[in-house]
Write a protein that binds this ligand. Structure first.
Ligand code: SF4
Length: 686
């Protein structure tokens, strides 16, 4: 049976089968992976039968101990306590936290449930931690944000690709076959597996990529590579950008970033020489208190070279989570309604309210962004109850110890998940839900292609789908049941209607067309005549702003929110490893993946290790102003001497996010995961 991998945004095609009662997986000929999977994809069936898989609701009794419960008891209890919180503290005292791995149908129904059944403005999701900065930059520049505004397969014909803050050789290895024909210019403080395959590796200090992008733009203009015709005909705002970039001559950029001027020249000349070139960005660019401006600076570079909207060239972002793209389009983001519309736009509110059969005035406005929502839990005026779907903020949120404290301060924490994640372990009520190979639905991949997720087998006894959970809760909260269909196809049809005319228009996409194997990339509006073919390539004729032009953004460098000090003299940066995914709640339950990467480590340059008395393999305490992480030292001579690296997939005292600082980007509200000040010292068990 053809479906897609449950993990990252590449959404590799898979063929599922059953042998001797076990689920088997092999790669399909789907164009993004054509016969390849990474370690995570090959082992994905393990999570279906994880020994600690949740198979019955759990409720916490008066003595604080969780016990199994029936579905009616659990849902009745949740509804009763939600009503009580609402009655005492108001609708915004109930909050919802969603996830970028939820199907389009779940993301849509969750947003509707929050606004109608709960009447709360307090809904956001973990995608805010993932690629909200590039989304904000792309929306401002192009008028719409689709991670890759072209098919992945277009990358295979590129001559040069600049990859800034992205490490697909580890995070989505099958993508590399599309990149390997090109000369790669990789921008990353670490010599990652992707950087090892690059023709040129620029290694800036953490938090300085914006200065580097300004320096590259300066060289592009100074050396005569500005595409004047393209800039005049297809863009606005270049002069204001140049008035800032003019001051970022290469030696100045070198002083701030540490990247030699000669390497900056080499990077720009390679891009400018190529007939087909791309600029791609990832989390390394985005997860900063200036992530939107940094992504915008790389967009500026691409625009100056005339790449976006040119066939065979372009700018794009490598989305991370499985439905990172669709997850942000259908209304689980606090500031948005389905169709990727602004919740403050009166026309959008009227449109969606009509589909939902309610008065536009009854829809709440925007609430808190993800970290701000978590930070407010249990505080005066903040949410008193939280429902979590498809997320594990105890591990994945910044300043994790504080977030854990806030969760503990709630009157009610409800978690819907299929494994007992660290967040589920804290919950008053845990609701066991179906997972990827047990449910129907759709996902939208990083290239904006809508894909069918198919069920090979039914959920285990005692397990329900998220749609059934939302239906059950909504009805108990007094909503008419028909507003919350449990059939994914019915939810998708409603989502299509709600998205019609929006930036992400799905109205012409149907389950039948997807079943027939059509490759449909949004926007795909409903038509009265021949069906719309979808839009694999955006911007070929015009950008999505009313005047059809792309916008340069006048941005400038600023320092990371937390400078290093004598007491904390190193930068810590966080990221991913091949064998683990996000908070690790799924992949840490796969023995083969744990064998490959089962514990947190801190990567340290040997000179830094000598300076701080550290040895390979010993435990070290990495401390920031937020707290300390205990990790095993891994020496790496390719790292910068001022930087250490920790993966963020691990729980307990190994949580890298115990260190991170929630300095938020002013536009995207993305926390600064990629840089904070730390010290590292040997650690011994007390
Ligand atoms: Fe799954 Fe992503 Fe690996 Fe493909 S690259 S197999 S989608 S985790």
């Amino acid at each position: 049976m053809a479906t897609h991998c449950p993990y990252c945004a590449l959404q590799c095609g898979t063929l599922l089968g059953r042998e001797h009662g076990a689920v088997t997986v092999r790669p399909s000929a789907f164009p993004v992976n054509s016969g390849r999977l990474c370690q995570k994809g090959w082992t994905a069936p393990s999570v279906l039968s994880a020994p600690d898989r949740l198979r019955a609701p759990r409720v916490r009794d008066g003595d604080g101990r969780p016990r199994p419960a029936g579905w009616d008891e659990a849902l009745d209890l949740v509804a009763e306590r939600l009503r009580a919180v609402r009655a005492e503290h108001g609708a915004d005292a109930v909050a919802v936290f969603g996830g970028g791995g939820l199907t389009n149908e779940k993301a849509y129904l969750l947003g509707k449930f929050a606004r109608l059944a709960l009447g709360t403005s307090q809904i956001d999701y973990n995608g805010r931690f993932c690629m909200s900065s590039a989304a904000a930059a792309a929306n401002a520049a192009f008028g719409v944000d689709r991670g890759l505004p072209f098919p992945v397969t277009d990358l295979g014909a590129a001559e040069v690709i600049l990859l800034a803050g992205a490490n697909p050789a580890e995070t989505m290895p099958p993508l590399m076959r599309h990149l390997d024909h090109a000369d790669l210019v990789v921008v990353d403080p670490r010599r990652t597996r992707t950087a090892e395959r690059a023709a040129l590796h620029l290694q800036p200090a953490p938090g300085t990529d914006l200065a580097l992008a300004l320096g590259l733009l300066h060289i592009a203009v100074a050396e005569g590579h500005l595409d004047k015709e393209y800039v005049a005909e297809r863009t606005t705002g270049f002069d204001a950008v140049w008035s800032r970039a003019a001051a970022w001559w290469p030696e100045r950029a070198e002083r701030v970033t540490g990247v030699p001027a000669a390497e900056q020249y080499e990077a720009v000349r390679a891009l400018a020489r190529a007939r087909r070139a791309y600029v791609l960005t990832g989390r390394g660019v985005e997860q900063h208190s200036k992530g939107t401006d940094t992504a915008a600076a790389f967009v500026n570079l691409a625009l100056a070279l005339g790449l976006p909207g040119r066939r065979g060239s372009g700018y794009g972002t490598l989305t991370g989570q499985g439905n990172g793209q669709g997850g942000r389009e259908h209304g689980q983001k606090t500031d948005q309604l389905p169709g990727y519309r602004s919740i403050t736009d009166p026309e959008a509110r009227a449109r969606v309210a009509k589909v939902w059969g309610v008065d536009p005035g009854s829809l709440p406005g925007p609430g808190r962004s993800a970290y701000e929502l978590l930070d407010a839990l249990g505080t005066e005026g903040g949410p008193r109850a939280l429902l979590v779907f498809g997320s594990n903020p105890v591990v994945s949120a910044p300043r994790a110890a504080h977030v854990t404290e806030r969760l503990a301060a709630l009157d009610l924490l409800v978690v819907a998940d299929f494994v007992p994640s660290e967040t589920a372990a804290m919950a008053d009520v845990v609701l066991p839900v179906a997972q990827w190979a047990e449910e129907e639905g759709t996902m939208t991949s990083l290239e904006g292609r809508v894909l069918r997720r198919r069920a090979l087998l039914p959920p285990p006894a005692g397990v329900r789908t998220d749609l059934e959970v939302l239906h059950g809760l909504a009805v108990r909260l007094g909503e008419p049941g028909h507003r919350y269909p449990t059939d994914p196809r019915a939810v998708f049809d409603e989502l299509r209607a709600a998205s019609a005319g929006g930036r992400a228009d799905y109205s012409g996409i149907t389950y039948d067309r997807l079943e027939a194997g059509e490759a449909l990339h949004w926007p795909c509006p409903r038509t009265s005549g021949a069906p719309h073919p979808g839009t694999p390539r955006l911007f070929l004729d015009r950008f999505a702003h009313p005047d059809g032009r792309a916008r340069f953004a006048a941005v400038d460098h600023r320092e990371p929110a937390e400078p290093v000090t004598a007491d904390r003299p190193l930068y810590a940066t966080t990221g991913r490893v091949l064998a683990q995914y996000q908070s690790g709640a799924q992949t840490r339950r796969v023995p083969e993946l744990n064998e490959a990467a089962g514990e947190v480590f801190v990567q340290v340059h040997p000179d830094t290790a000598e300076r701080f008395g550290l040895e390979e393999g010993q435990l070290a305490l990495v401390s920031s102003a937020r707290g300390g992480t205990v990790a095993r030292v891994r020496l790496d001579g390719t790292l910068r001497t001022d930087t250490v690296f920790l993966p963020f997939h691990f729980p307990g005292r190994g949580r890298a996010n115990l260190l991170t600082r929630p300095a938020l980007d002013p536009v995207s509200r993305m926390p600064e995961f990629k840089v904070c000040a730390v010290r590292v010292e040997p650690w011994a068990e007390p």
